[in-house]
Design a binder for this molecule. Structure first.
Ligand SMILES: NC(=O)c1ccc[n+]([C@@H]2O[C@H](COP(=O)([O-])OP(=O)(O)OC[C@H]3O[C@@H](n4cnc5c(N)ncnc54)[C@H](OP(=O)(O)O)[C@@H]3O)[C@@H](O)[C@H]2O)c1
Length: 337
């Protein structure tokens, strides 16, 4: 089968199309013929992990070394990128009961990656579910990572109808799903993103958008019941005045100082709280997002699709920063169905 392989860390040029053996599913695995995979934060980070500094690693430095060991210290352990995908089940292992050949699925495979290939085996108990029937494979491939991360993290904040919620990083994988889930929960949502993606964030249903390159939302006098900081670009001290008296500052990316603040605001029962959390991965969140998508409450608008052999070009395009929405790599002719 064809796959895009990388055996050294570095720029997009390290990605090469190769022929490799087609995998065979184990007893409890499904073999998925991949039709599309989204190019997301995880792909870009994994491709260049050895060149990442502890500062660029948006998590506590203590986690940097185990993460680098897991990715591979000098060369990548997993040589095929792609953590989220949509495709069709081609075969199932002898003990599989949940899926059958022909099922159209979407999935998140996390750090195991491997979706930048024609075929991939996934445990039937993994983060895999039937894809939204009204979404093409390419559209469905943009959802799983954000669905799982945003659902899990937003649950920590317990959004109530009528809350004013700000998503700092609303145009990315996690933020674009967070905007839509918060709207679904009845919040008034402000999305913060870069200039090229303002229209995309509006199209997701954000009530207001802020361009971080032109305006600092922390200085405009507005207050929010929840600020969800996806990249951890701010800090509690900087955003505190933008939180309502009982406001929550939720961070998907955080350093050790923020963890102390989270503990401190909990122990002291401070009305304004900091929450730093690692997402708990649950396939239920994928199923909920499928149902919301089919009910017309979750949408996506792909900016550009690249065929598998142009995966490096897709990475360059995303890294150039001009994309207006999600970017996908398609495999074969069926991604648009
Ligand atoms: N806690 C967890 O369990 C967990 C799980 C997965 C990932 N993460 C963390 O989540 C982060 C990746 O999130 P993602 O996949 O959504 O990334 P992404 O797709 O790259 O999106 C990043 C978002 O941040 C925005 N942004 C960039 N610079 C900004 C600035 N100066 N101010 C405000 N917003 C800015 C981007 O806006 P534009 O693109 O419009 O410029 C975009 O909306 C990583 O730090 C990762 O470590 C945490």
């Amino acid at each position: 089968m064809k796959a895009v392989v990388y055996t050294e860390y570095g720029p997009a040029e390290v990605l090469h199309l190769q022929d490799i053996p087609k995998p065979t599913p184990g007893d409890k695995e499904i073999l998925v013929r991949v039709h599309a995979t989204a190019v997301n934060y995880g792909d870009l980070t994994a491709r260049n992990f050895a060149n990442l500094t502890t500062d660029e690693f948006n998590m506590p430095a203590l986690l940097f070394f185990p993460a680098r060991m897991a990715f591979g210290w000098t060369t990548p352990r997993r040589t095929i990128l792609g953590s989220e995908l949509a495709g069709e089940v081609e075969a199932v292992g002898a003990a599989v009961t949940k899926f059958q050949p022909g099922d159209q699925v979407f999935a998140y495979v996390g750090m195991k990656m491997g979706a930048c290939a024609e075929y991939l085996c996934i445990p039937e108990t993994g983060m895999v579910a039937l894809k939204p029937a009204n979404f093409t494979y390419a559209e469905a491939a943009t959802l799983p990572y954000g669905a799982i991360m945003a659902s899990s993290l937003l649950r920590r904040a317990d959004i109530q109808p009528g809350w004013k919620v700000l998503i700092n990083g609303a145009s990315g994988g996690i933020g674009s799903m967070a905007v839509q889930l918060a709207r679904h929960l009845g919040a008034e949502v402000t999305g913060v993103c870069g200039t090229p993606r303002l229209e995309f964030v509006r199209s997701l249903g954000a009530n207001n958008v802020v361009d971080y390159s032109r305006e600092d939302f922390a200085r405009n006098g507005e207050t929010y019941d929840l600020i969800f900081d996806v990249l951890g670009k701010g800090s509690f001290s900087r955003f505190r005045q933008s939180l309502s008296p009982n406001g929550v500052y939720l961070m998907a990316s955080f350093k050790a100082k923020a963890v102390f603040q989270a503990v401190w605001t909990t122990v002291t029962r401070s009305p304004q709280r900091v929450i730093c959390a690692l997402a708990a991965e649950s396939v239920r969140d994928l199923v909920v997002v499928k149902d919301l998508a089919e009910a017309g409450q979750i949408t996506t608008t792909i900016d550009r699709s690249f065929p598998l052999e142009q995966t490096a070009e897709a990475h360059r395009y995303v890294e150039a920063g001009d994309r207006r929405g999600p970017v996908v790599v398609t495999i074969g002719d069926e991604a648009g169905r």
